[in-house]
Design a protein around this ligand. Structure first.
Ligand SMILES: Nc1nc2c(ncn2[C@@H]2O[C@H](COP(=O)(O)OP(=O)(O)OP(=O)(O)O)[C@@H](O)[C@H]2O)c(=O)[nH]1
Ligand SMILES: [Mg+2]
Length: 398
């Protein structure tokens, strides 16, 4: 935070969109004054004092200052019912109706009176050391139970590692191997939030779109018996085996009949080469000949999926690294999901190892490695300094 920014800040602590209740948190030296300016007794007169540790039911009054120039979508009528909780010396929570209008109005009024709006992520980063804040932010944004439980554990791992880095005896380089090992899991850590790309490609009519819909759980792609249905790359973010994934359905690859289809095939090939996992989808009942197959194999699939197992006549024996499924009946889909899960993520780091969860954390680890290399132990301590745990650390900046 730069010095000329207002010291009083607020953030919306609940997710965007409509919910039962929205929570705006207000903190700083002006928080109390701001609450007193806008919060009124439910009986309509006078402002309400809210002692620390208590909450009060009342109304948000914009009063005579209600801005005529306020954007229309912020036109919450003065007098919206809400609850104010005084949760810390300079910290209040405003619990309002969960639609976006109430929070927008509150935000508008607070901002006009000098408070600074930040995101809940900014707030966590301002309040906590980076190695605590980032795992927490990642945990709160986890999209699957599997990644949420890994990320909850990551926070514990980082706490332990930071303690070790802070207290390591000067001159000890034993931490180097561990730092390097943590950096080896960079891609794994980043993809706990960032979906990995899975491309479905193959000849027209093989059932790529049907499979995409089956894996994604709803009718995202158009399915049709005519070959050449999918033209653009159609993507869908979902979870496969508990891992965040983005499935890309592509145009069937053949000698393009028209310019649009040829364009689609170029896009398809680009999507395949830029994906983390490539699945070649083939029709069991109408397999390509050897020349067609070897042309498709040039795109280096990680796995071949023989679809239309319900019509199968044994074609799936032709390739070793393959599975057989029916997008129509669902047969073989659980096995396919298992295989995708294994191929997508591979091994997991050993329990207890903290891994970088984004570029910022990787950078910090590289910085730590450099500091150990140049034997700058005090700087290493500062890098892993934590306000809450290591009071009175010598030589720390203000
Ligand atoms: N019997 C059977 N039919 C299937 C199966 N999967 C897809 N189909 C049918 O095959 C036809 C083509 O399916 P799509 O999913 O549109 O195939 P596609 O590979 O996306 O085709 P393009 O977009 O044209 O490249 C449709 O009539 C589907 O209903 C399956 O497992 N079994
Ligand atoms: Mg299609």
């Amino acid at each position: 935070m730069s010095t000329d920014e207002p010291k009083t800040a607020f953030w919306i602590a609940t997710p965007a969109g409509t919910s039962a209740i929205a929570v705006t948190v207000l903190e700083g030296p002006d928080a109390k004054d701001l609450i007193e300016r806008f919060f009124r007794s439910i009986r309509g007169s006078g402002n309400i004092q809210v002692p620390v540790g208590r909450f009060r039911y009342g109304r948000w009054h914009t009063g005579p200052e209600a801005p005529p120039h306020a954007p229309e979508d912020m036109a919450m009528p003065p007098g919206e019912d809400l609850i104010v909780c005084h949760v810390g010396q300079q910290r209040f929570e405003i619990h309002s109706h969960g639609g976006s209008m109430a929070t927008a109005r509150i935000a508008y009024d607070l901002q006009r009176h000098g408070a600074r709006q930040i995101t809940w992520q900014d707030q966590l980063l301002e309040e906590q050391a980076w190695f605590l804040a980032w795992p927490q932010i990642a945990f709160l944004q986890a999209s699957t139970l599997r990644t949420a439980s890994i990320l909850a554990q990551q926070r514990e791992n980082w706490i332990r590692f930071a303690e070790k880095a802070r207290t390591i005896p000067a001159g000890s380089v034993s931490i180097v191997a561990e730092l390097k090992h943590m950096l080896e899991w960079e891609s794994y850590g980043m993809h706990l939030l960032l979906p990995r790309k899975i491309a479905l490609f193959g000849p027209p009519n093989a059932g790529k779109s049907s499979l995409m819909n089956r894996l994604g759980g709803f009718e995202r792609s158009i399915i049709h018996e005519l070959p050449g249905t999918t033209r653009d790359v159609v993507s869908q973010v979902t979870a496969i085996d508990g891992w965040p994934a983005e499935i890309l359905d592509t145009a069937g690859i053949r000698e393009g009949k028209d310019e649009i289809e040829r364009q689609g095939i170029t896009f398809a090939k680009n999507a395949v080469t830029s994906s983390e996992l490539r699945l070649l989808i083939l029709d069991s009942a109408n397999a390509p000949d050897d020349a067609g197959l070897s042309a498709l194999m040039k795109l280096q699939p990680d796995l071949v999926v023989w679809n239309k197992l319900d019509l199968a006549t044994g074609h799936h024996d032709r390739l070793s690294n393959s599975v057989a499924v029916s997008a129509l009946t669902g047969d073989g889909i659980p096995e396919l999901i298992d295989r995708i899960g294994q191929l997508l993520v591979g091994d997991s780091p050993e329990t207890g190892l903290p891994v970088p969860l984004n570029g910022f954390m990787s950078e910090k680890l590289r910085e730590a490695l450099k500091l150990v290399e140049i034997h700058d132990w005090p700087a290493l301590q500062i890098l892993f300094y934590d306000n809450d745990l290591s009071e009175g650390e010598p030589g720390l900046p203000d």
